[in-house]
Design a protein. Sequence first.
Length: 553
Amino acid sequence: MPTSAGAFSYSRYWLWGFLLLLAASLLAGLNAWGPLESSEARYAEIGREMLASHDWLHPRLLGIGHFHKPPLTYWLTAAALAIAGPTALGVRLLPVLAVLAQVLLVYGLGKLFFGGDQTRARTAAIIYGTLPVVLVSALNVTTDAYLATLELAAAYGILRHYHDGRWWGMYLFWLGLGLAFLTKGPVGFVLPLMAVAGHYAWRGQARRPFTWHHALGLGLFVLVGLSWYLLLMRENPAFLRYFLVGHTVERFANAEAFGRAKPWWFYLVLAPATSLPWAVLLVVQAIRTRWKALPQLWRNVLVFWVVVPLVFFSLSQSKLLLYVLPMFPGVALLTAYYLHALPEAAARRWHRGFLALWALLLLALAVLPAVAEPLKLALSPAAAVLPVVGLLALALSVWRGSRLPMALQLLPAAAIFTATLVAAAKPVFRQNEVKFNGTRPVAALLQAHGLGSRPVLVYNELLPSLAFAQGRVPVSLYAGNHNLLRETQFETTAAWRRTWLDMAASTAPATLDSLQQQRAVLLVKGEVNQGHEWLPQRFTHHLELPPWCVYYN
């Protein structure tokens, strides 16, 4: 679809405006609720313990070595906590900035793919920043937001090098690849290698000769990406098999290894569902467009940036939604291509459909406080204000953008809806933190009743969120919950036994007696297992914050 010079001028500042709006909506109220179980709380607590111990080589979770992931995410979390304090803001700050960087990188990639057409590049960047899955990654602290940023940086670097021969792009590629490897291991290669494959496959591109720049770049990757692994393997050779088999082969091939088994079609459903409504436009237009009518460049984007990663991660037995985050830059680029290729009449129909959906969703958010009680949620009437403001802003954007091409009219509307959705979701988390597996209110309850300084016994739950909220490690009482089984083969002392107790051990009653003499409190989610009814009976008082019960003397 042709774009007028006036529309180009009008859209010149949209990307920066969108970034400011997205940043404001994501950053506001980041400390309104504490880290949530399980992944976010785990990364938060490991970062806190790392900062407290100054041991940057050995990540620890509740006092026990935790080597499931390389340390870059923990280092970044610890650094942010050092700057912003031991708060949820410190935990979530850098992932939000990482997502904003991803939007800029998609814009940079868009300029390469669209031959310098900045309007279409901005469209791709804004589409990417409004994908629900991207917003989830910004507010759910895991390795995935960092990994996607580093993979995108590596992909942009190598493609920029191919585009104009800039050697800094080659070094960015190897540095990004090394940092990605230090973030999540071999899976960090997926998107950068797909970018290289997409550049060469079926396009007749001339192969570039190997030079000393390549050798230096490879050395940079080894230095950055392998350093931590090599240091640990030098310390204990058993780490070699642990990393290669336990966290590479087993994670990919064994469905039960990490309790993340999902059916093969998991991503085929979740990937489109978490990129609505753009996924509908992409799928429909991809089906309607004849394969031969699609330029080879965009065929390669579809194959190597979307289909191959989707198939690869679908074959893996370990599945979580954010694992496929690296495929969504391809989704955004392709959607921007199809959107700008639409005839004006077709774009008008899509525009109406998108607006209707966004208006209905904002309306649902506006009425949510009225129906919160039947949904077993706590939500004040004031929570309806933001969605109503969003609806008015959406209507204003339609009126103000009526002279623009239909494809461009979608972008400010998408930005307004996204910012409103993010801002309106935060009161829901803040007022229902316990329901969303947060325990900061439990820590506040203990503090309010003068129990905050006592040792805490957590029955049959792995609860790093409580450790983060209190700034100290509780004692975990193991009673059959597989999440509490810990890897202790790399522990060099028995110090970990002070914070982990097997209820079936013969020494358990004596240890509990000792802890009770220290005026410990017991935290139970729901009820204790059959046969352990005697445990809460040791205590004379209790408090309730459903589903938690606090027992104390």
